[in-house]
Design a protein. Sequence first.
Length: 324
Amino acid sequence: MHDLRLLSAFAQAARSGSFTGAARVLRCSPGAISKNVARLEHDLGIRLFNRTTRQLSLTEEGAAFHAAISRSLAELERAEDIAAAARGTVEGTVHAAIGSTFGKSQLLPRLPRLLERHPLLRVEIAFSDDCGDLVANGHDLAVRSGAPDDSRYICRRLHSLPLKLVASAAHVERHGAPTHPEDLLRRNCINVRHGDAACSWLFRRRDRQDHAPILIQPDCRIVITQQVEAIVDAALSGLGPTVIDSYAARPHLDAGALVELLPDWQVESAIPGGNDLYIVYPHRDYLPLRIRAVIEFLVEEFADGMTLPATPLPAIRDGAAHQF
């Protein structure tokens, strides 16, 4: 029987694709992961990984061994959860990546309810608008705008983020307010890049649902990559109109520092689902109780009642799990 620490180090390195990524998840040093994997290889008498300075990949034997032990490790994790549920507890640490504006303005004020419900649960939050590779970065889940096109992840829709076209009061005073979406084509705007392309904006008349929507690809001298707070700062600096979500816009609109433009038009992301808020988490054989507890809490607090695209999770109450 191999040491469980060696098996866990190997399995996490296989999932993360690096010793560094595995070390983030297991909260130890990359050197410790490397040493444990080397010891396991010695015990087995086979090479589990092909190693280069830039890449870690499973050998054919390593892939077969990983497939053989993955289910057993998942069952061990499940057994630990069963014992925790029998004790009436949800315990352990959940590592989450949360969009900065949403996390600070919406999640943090509600977080005490989660921690009161589960006194042995810990939550470690990275405030980031770009969660990147969840597994490699050691995150159990993320809350982000837009569903990633990646089959490794499960996405659960929470709700749609209302978007607003805004500019600083100083900008409006200097240049006036646009009266039609096409006016934006003659202005320098601030945009955000997702992937390889800057976003396009879709405008619909609020009072005319039968009115054809207008698609705008603004001329942007300023393009910011996935950092909502920086987009807000750029708008407050008077660099031009931009589209941001209502969570980010509200305090600055209330203070009069930002002005909503074209209020008779509803603005949306031109990317389908681009302004929807999602919980994102990696596919895995078994989802630990502590992660399910956080996901259920997020659904309770923020889902808008629309059908979510993922299989329902077991409901968790007072440490016990039940099927819906």
